[in-house]
Ligand binder design. Structure first.
Ligand code: GAL
Length: 330
């Protein structure tokens, strides 16, 4: 009888191991370390601030500001399969060089990359600004392939609205939005984009008069979550979270998330990693001026949920299983 029991256990263990192997679900933990400089495969510091990630063809592409020259950043693109090895894909927008038609007195901030399933094109929206932030415009670029070349589609004020700090959000049905700090940093403007993602076709003001910026939206289940910051330039401040069942109406009041200074970061995006067993949501933020603009760090933190509320905690290092979508924290 005892032998029998042992045999059952051994068989069960073997079956479990075989099914794990068949599903290709061996454990494979990647360690994400925060507060350090990332380097690319050529040994250069990864310069991709204020950007976002796009998963495409089995790789994650990271777009962002190249702040090695503090004023007037170019836009860099990197790719990775493991969040450890960063391949420099190129400077997809070289300010004042690749798009001379846009003039010489402007700069790009917060470039965001998305893929349009309908057109098969890669589209970049960004903040397109004058040195004293008086232009308050956006610009749109498009390419047939992720690494470019990108052509400028449009630049100006979306729906004639003064627009600064920005992000994009693509919903599950492919509907895309540009969301930015509008009207001299007073409101957040949510702009519904045309099917080709080229233009803003309608505007809804959110959090009016509450002076929010660095918005980052994610749609999980039936709920939209938005993390944002106050407007304090390069200095960090308390991040806040709001939720809604609908993207353009019914947002809750803003509540604190993370510590008093968002762990010395400001949100750039929320990264979603869909695994075979779970979906991981990752807060990606900029630790600006650490110790100067060119050496600003990219910080990645796992988002968790407690009692139905989104929670952000700081970890110097934590782990993710990219295939299975699982997160392990110390
Ligand atoms: C921040 C903003 C950054 C950049 C900076 C300039 O508030 O989030 O993208 O514009 O101000 O001071």
């Amino acid at each position: 009888m005892r032998h029998h029991g042992k045999q059952i256990v051994i068989t069960a263990v073997l079956l479990f191991a075989a099914s794990m192997a068949m599903q290709g679900q061996e454990e494979n933990w990647t360690t994400i370390r925060n507060g350090i400089e990332w380097t690319d495969t050529e040994g250069y510091i990864v310069q991709a601030h204020g950007g976002n990630f796009l998963e495409h063809g089995g790789r994650w592409y990271l777009i962002g500001e190249d702040r090695s020259r503090s004023w007037n950043p170019d836009v860099n693109l990197y790719s990775t399969a493991d969040f450890q090895t960063w391949k420099f894909e190129g400077k997809i927008i070289k300010n004042h060089v690749t798009h001379e038609e846009l003039g010489r007195s402007r700069m790009i901030e917060r470039p965001k990359l998305m893929y349009n399933e309908k057109t098969g094109k890669f589209v970049v929206w960004c903040h397109w600004e004058a040195r004293n932030y008086s232009a308050s415009e956006a610009a749109v670029f498009e390419s047939d392939s992720v690494a470019g070349p990108y052509e400028c589609v449009w630049a100006g004020r979306p729906c004639e609205t003064k627009s600064r700090d920005c992000n994009i959000f693509v919903d599950n049905d492919g509907q895309a939005y540009f969301i930015s700090t509008t009207d001299e940093n007073t409101n957040l403007g949510l702009f519904r984009l045309s099917d080709d993602y080229h233009s803003a076709i309608s505007k809804t003001l959110l959090f009016e008069g509450q002076r929010r910026e660095a918005p980052a939206i994610v749609h999980i289940g039936d709920t939209y979550y938005m993390i944002s910051s106050a407007c304090t330039g390069w200095d960090p401040n308390q991040a806040k979270i709001a939720t809604s069942a609908s993207i353009d109406t019914g947002w809750s009041a803003l509540e604190n998330i993370g510590d008093r200074i968002a762990f010395d970061t400001q949100a750039s995006s929320i990264l979603t990693i869909k695994g075979t067993e779970a979906t991981a949501y990752i807060y990606v933020g900029d630790r600006w001026m650490d110790p100067d603009l060119p050496r600003s760090k990219i910080i990645m933190l796992p988002i968790s949920f407690e009692d139905g509320k989104m929670v952000l905690r700081y970890y110097d290092s934590w782990q993710i299983d990219l295939k299975r979508g699982l997160v392990r924290t110390p």
